[in-house]
Ligand binder design. Structure first.
Ligand code: GLN
Length: 196
């Protein structure tokens, strides 16, 4: 099993550290050719407009869509925005290339300026019994999931009902940053998706 972390911008190094801790072979992906032998790809948090523009500049858009058609993909925060089919127009960047693979509608920076970052304990529906204590989710200028369509499913919500993680087949999105905590359950769950 080999997992890639898209390393154009953002918090890719932290994902690499978690994967190394799990004993997984992982590579920082900077060129489309590097996708060829991967079983899954993580798109990190950062700035979704920047990630989109760099992805387009380096010829990643079609190769990433082809990759997603077969393989596991996980977008955290900015990565979730990049994977979405739709961004609520009020929060979309002027020139914001989207991978547009997952049937979700997102709103960027949806928790408002006052709430720049916060932590919340989440119940994640897909974690196994016995592995189901609250997940410590770190939100940083985070997006929200406004709608989940097709066969995409919400897998975690805040107590007020705001959807913050979803899955559609082998695709996973989290509005928060599991790579910034020492709870590796989301990484382990993603490895299972990449295995099947
Ligand atoms: N606010 C960023 C964006 O809209 C995402 C923030 C993050 O990835 N932590 O792209």
């Amino acid at each position: 099993m080999k997992i890639g972390v898209l390393a154009l911008q953002g918090a890719f190094a932290e994902h690499m550290t978690v994967l190394a801790g799990l004993g997984v072979t992982a590579v920082e992906v900077r060129l489309p050719e590097q996708l060829a032998d991967l079983d899954g790809l993580i798109i990190p948090g950062g700035e979704s407009t920047t990630i989109g523009k760099l992805a387009r500049m380096y010829g990643f858009m079609e190769p990433l869509r082809q990759f997603a058609a077969e393989k596991a993909m996980w977008g955290t925060c900015a990565g979730m925005i990049f994977m979405a089919k739709e961004i609520e127009s009020a929060t979309a960047g002027k020139d914001q290339p989207l991978l547009a693979v997952m049937d979700i509608v997102v709103a960027r920076n949806a928790f408002g300026r006052q709430v720049d970052s916060f932590e919340a304990g989440l119940t994640v529906t897909v974690f196994e019994n016995g592995d189901s204590g609250a997940f410590p989710a770190v939100f940083i200028r985070a997006p929200q999931l406004l709608a989940v369509k097709g066969d995409a499913e919400v897998i975690a919500k805040l107590v007020d009902g705001t959807a913050v993680a979803a899955q559609q087949g082998k695709w996973l999105v989290t509005a928060f940053h599991p790579e910034l905590t020492n709870d590796n359950r989301f990484h382990r769950y993603f490895l299972k998706l990449a295995e099947r």
